[in-house]
Design a protein around this ligand. Structure first.
Ligand SMILES: [Zn+2]
Length: 122
C-alpha cells in the first residue's frame, strides 16, 4: 500500500505508527522545530538590526533635530525604506515614517524632512 506511506518531515524516513505522526522520532521533531525557531529568531534579529541602523543613520543626518536632505543622501547612507517602527499620518495627509524617535517625511523633488519625535509630532 504505497499510498499510505508517510515520511518524516525532517529526515525523510518512513514513519510507522499513528496516522497523524509527522516525524519518525522525537529527535526529528525537535530538530525540525529548532530550525523553524532559529529561522524566526534570525529574521527578527535582522529586522531589529535594520531598524536600529535606520535610526542611527537618521540620527547622524539630523543632529539639530530638524533637517532637509535629498533622497540620494539617505540611500547612500544605507537607509532601508522598508523597515520602520511606526507611521504617523497627519490630518493634512502627510505621512511620517519613524524608526523609534527618528522620523522622515517625503517632500517634493526627492527631498525628505527629518524630524525627531516629540519635537514636531505627537
Ligand atoms: Zn526523521
Amino acid at each position: 500500500m504505497a499510498n499510505n506511506k508517510r515520511f518524516c518531515k525532517e529526515c525523510g524516513d518512513e514513519i510507522y505508527g499513528r496516522r497523524d505522526k509527522q516525524f519518525c522520532s522525537d529527535h526529528c521533531r525537535a530538530t525540525h522545530n529548532n530550525k523553524i525557531n532559529s529561522d524566526l529568531t534570525g529574521y527578527i534579529r535582522r529586522v531589529n538590526y535594520t531598524i536600529r541602523k535606520n535610526r542611527n543613520i537618521l540620527c547622524a543626518l539630523n543632529p539639530a533635530g530638524k533637517a532637509r536632505v535629498h533622497k540620494m543622501k539617505l540611500v547612500d547612507s544605507g537607509l532601508n525604506f522598508d523597515y520602520y517602527t511606526n507611521v504617523y499620518k497627519t490630518r493634512s495627509g502627510k505621512t511620517y515614517y519613524f524608526c523609534y524617535d527618528q522620523g522622515y517625511l517625503e517632500l517634493e523633488d526627492e527631498y525628505f524632512a527629518l524630524v525627531v519625535k516629540g519635537n514636531y509630532v505627537g
